[in-house]
Design a protein around this ligand. Sequence first.
Ligand code: BMA
Length: 340
Amino acid sequence: MSKVKIINGTTLPNIPWQDRPAGHNLPVWRYTENPIIDRNPIPGIARIFNSSVVPYEDGFIGVFRAEATDGVPFLYLGRSKDGIRWEYENNVIPMVNEKGESAIPFYQYDPRLIKIEDDYYIVWCQDFYGASLGVAKTHDFKHFERLENPFIPFNRNGVLFPRKINGMYKLLSRPSDSGHTPFGDIFISESPDMIYWGKHRHVMGPSGNWWEGMKIGGGANPIETSEGWLLIYHGVCNTCNGYVYTIGGAILDIDEPSKVLYRSKRYLLTPEQWYEERGFVPNVTFPCSTLQDDATGRIALYYGCADSYVGLAFTTVDTLVDYIKENDGAGWNDHDLGRR
Ligand code: BMA
């Protein structure tokens, strides 16, 4: 039993898992067989990375960022019994608009998949006269209805909360430009219906910590715990060899998640392994999804590696919450409501 409780969670005895290796003193440890998705995973697809997974039926289902051999990314569905070995559908997820007409954008990337009440939602980045967010809803992973785009451009890293808070859906996002944005703070917006989004608040921005000194963005869907919303996000620093994407952690207030309670000064995981340091874009660890078992507090983290692979890593809710609190560096700009 964990000390920190996962709230409104699921018991997942089949969560992918490995114990922490002896002597490992960082709060997140990698799966020894990483990467779990290698290059050229299916015909016509060069790379799968930055992808998102949920429990489904007696196994798992995922939405995968698949970069085709023409270089354009789209979203594909995959299924797995163990959360490690995946089988993919052959075609791009067939999204339709409210009239039932095909509504697949020009490109799609960085999906986050989440169950809210009885439906599943996908949020991703796409072309909307520039980079911006798209949203779709499905009940059965056969019919996918595109909803209205939540924001005007430019925006990325849309991350939904797994339940309404004070009667409202909540969405993290990261306003950006349409290129390789050299800035970025996390904001939160709310909606009564997943169509109209407003009451925008600032959550947090790049900190004085060098690993996240240039920009940050939401990562996995927040995990509800007895200590607050546990948020695993990415932080970016700029170097003479380009951007480095590292994984960080924060805890947000349960009822007012624009307030950051704690934020770790130290990262949770940073590019160190060959599959993180070497690839289409080197030095990228990009968290998009977690599975968690409320019985044991185990967490499995899926993260994109070097824009080329998917990696899996493990931690527990106690380990993460303790680490974030012990290394807390949140300041007034994090603690406040984020409205000016
Ligand atoms: C970001 C996004 C991610 C990507 C990262 C590193 O801007 O486009 O999809 O993993 O850059 O290239």
